[in-house]
Write a protein that binds this ligand. Structure first.
Ligand code: ZN
Length: 240
């Protein structure tokens, strides 16, 4: 499966993000257990897990840069890919159109991606993931189930077509590598148990603004991370 196919629907997107965030298999964020951790099926949606040691439920998103996003994960990943492949040159208007997000959200996304570009350029020059590593990321890990035969809805398929069309116009080098580097940065678990990210009310955000934060790479969620330089600034850019 090509890496881009992982951005087609949520089940595949969670599969990819789980591999990136948990290279050695799932870890309970509450108690650190690894062995008695199982994926929940049924109506819980992709990406929901239960730890049978502490009996708590967790989602991969809960400790990543996507924490604050209300968008389906595959849409968030499509945004990251477009911005990575275009080195944040993709226009906000087009981003809003292609992905069906608000223009304001698209502008914020683009700005945040721009802030990460110096770091990304440095990483691409220093240690870019090679073709074999990229191919490996596109396949299920040994601890993952084979991908389900998902049947994305019409709107989902149309969005993916728009995404692929938009992507065809960007021919920057190493799009997969750039995407994976950004995804790794956004998926990294906290390096230490840090203070909880500030509640939105604490940073003076109204309900309306909360919506605009839906796809901002979860700046609030990044607050407890020890990210690379470009990322650390994101937390400080929450609108006051
Ligand atoms: Zn646990």
């Amino acid at each position: 499966m090509a890496l881009l196919q992982c951005l087609r629907h949520d089940s595949a997107a969670y599969g990819l993000m789980e591999r990136v965030a948990w290279p050695d298999g799932p870890v309970c964020p509450h108690c650190g257990a690894r062995d008695r951790v199982r994926r929940l099926g049924g109506s819980t949606g992709p990406g929901t897990w239960k730890c049978y040691d502490c009996r708590r439920i967790f989602s991969l998103r809960s400790r990543t840069g996507f924490h604050a996003s209300h968008l389906p994960l595959h849409v968030s990943l499509q945004a990251v890919y477009l911005l990575a492949a275009s080195r944040a040159e993709f226009s906000a208007t087009a981003l809003a159109k292609v992905l069906g997000v608000s223009l304001r959200t698209a502008c914020q996304l683009k700005q945040r991606a721009r802030d990460m570009m110096p770091w990304l350029a440095q990483q691409l020059a220093a240690s870019p993931p090679g073709p074999r590593e990229i191919a490996a990321w596109a396949q299920p890990a040994p601890w993952q189930d084979p991908p389900q035969r998902a049947q994305p809805g019409w709107a989902c398929e149309r969005r993916f077509e728009r995404f692929m069309d938009a992507l065809a116009e960007w021919r920057q080098a190493q799009p997969d590598a750039a995407f994976l580097l950004l995804l790794k940065a956004l998926s990294s678990p906290p390096q230490e148990v840090a203070a909880a990210p500030p509640a939105l009310a604490d940073v003076g955000l109204g309900e309306d603004d909360t919506l605009q934060l839906e796809l901002d790479f979860g700046a609030g969620a990044m607050a407890g991370h020890v990210p690379p330089d470009g990322l650390s600034r994101l937390g400080a850019q929450l609108p006051a």
